[in-house]
Structures are given as C-alpha cells and as structure tokens.
Design a protein around this ligand. Structure first.
Ligand code: AMP
Length: 185
C-alpha cells in the first residue's frame, strides 16, 4: 500500500509548499478582490525555485522557440523560466514603455479597456511561443497577448500561469489555447 501512496504524496509536496507561500490580501486593489500576493514566494529562494521548476515541467513539452512574458509580474516568472529552459524572452508591455517600433492591441476589460504592446521585430512568423504570467483571472490579458502574437504570424502553444483563479473562468476565454497552471484556486 505504501508503495502507491508515497509517490503521490511526494509529487504533491512542491505544490503544497508553493501554495503556502502565496498570501491572500482581501480587498486589494479594490473592495471585493482577493489579491494573490506572490512576494512571500519570491522572498523564499527555495519556494521560488520550486515554482519555476513546476512551471518548467508544464512548459518544456511544448518546445517553444521563446517565452512571452506579460508585464509586470509575468516578467519575474518569465525571466527565471527563460533562464531555466535556456530560451529567449519576449516582452508584452503596457502602452508607452517600449522604445522601438511597436505593434499594439486594445482589448476590453470588465469595466473599460486596456492596451498591450510588443516590439514589431520580436515575434518571428511561423515560430512557436509560450505566454507566461503570474495569475490568470478572467483570461482577458492573456487572450489579448495571444492575439497580438498570432496577428504577427506566431503560434501560441500554451499559456502558462503560476496561479489560476478557476472561478473566474479564464480557461473559457482562452478556449482555443492550451492553458497550464501550477496552483489552482
Ligand atoms: P485577467 O486579464 O483578468 O486574467 O487578469 C490577469 C492579470 O491581472 C494578471 O497579470 C494578474 O497579475 C492580475 N490579477 C488579476 N486578478 C488578480 C488577483 N486576484 N491577484 C493577483 N493578481 C491578479
């Protein structure tokens, strides 16, 4: 019996350890939002390394040409993951941050709209990319990033997140894409 139980427990251990380092902050940045604060995880070298390892396990099989990280907390995980997987890192940024020639895409939020940008020479037509961010909530940001990559002829093999807020149904918004997450709430 132990033979069967132990490997399962061991496999779940990193997830439990990572989850213990995510702090819930109620009513931030607005009343009613339960903010998933990743700073305790970043402050724990072992926990952060485990999180990157777990993301790498999910991203590696897609064999992307590069990772595409979403501003701003996506940069933290995207950069570490790019180093772990020895992959190039491309940036999706908020308007007005990128210095060279850009491509932009506006998208709708629950209340209002937003815009994201990439450098026009970042995506190579026909190549495969994995999008990385810290949290998937409604999926609107990642869906816009995927569209921006695809508009330029890139292929999005997977959208990978440390945290998935399942009750906000981000997966449905990304229905045409593979979604991977390390922690589910
Ligand atoms: P969405 O476009 O709704 O999937 O929102 C995703 C973006 O908002 C990510 O870049 C997250 O960093 C951030 N975000 C949304 N909800 C939360 C939350 N509850 N806790 C932390 N970050 C969040």
């Amino acid at each position: 019996m132990r033979k069967w139980i132990l490997p399962v427990v061991e496999a779940r251990l990193p997830i439990t350890q990572i989850k213990a380092l995510i702090r819930d902050v109620p009513d931030f940045p607005k009343p009613g939002i339960l903010f998933k604060d990743i700073t305790p995880l970043l402050a724990d070298a072992g926990g952060f390394a485990l999180a990157i390892e777990q993301l790498a396990i999910r991203v590696r099989p897609h064999a992307p040409a590069a990772l595409v990280a979403i501003e701003s907390r996506g940069f933290i995980f995207g950069a570490a993951l790019a180093q772990q997987l020895k992959l190039p890192l491309l940036l999706v940024r908020k308007p007005g941050k990128l210095p060279a020639k850009k491509v932009s895409l506006g998208y709708q939020l629950e209340y209002g709209s937003d815009q994201i940008e990439m450098h026009a020479d970042a995506v190579i037509k026909g190549q495969t990319y994995v999008i990385v961010d810290d949290v998937i909530a409604t999926g609107g940001t990642a869906a816009a990033a995927a569209r921006l990559i695809e508009m330029q002829g890139g292929r999005v093999a997977c959208c990978a997140f440390l945290i998935e807020l399942g009750f906000l149904k981000g997966r449905e918004r990304l229905a045409n894409h593979t979604v991977a997450s390390v922690l589910q709430y």
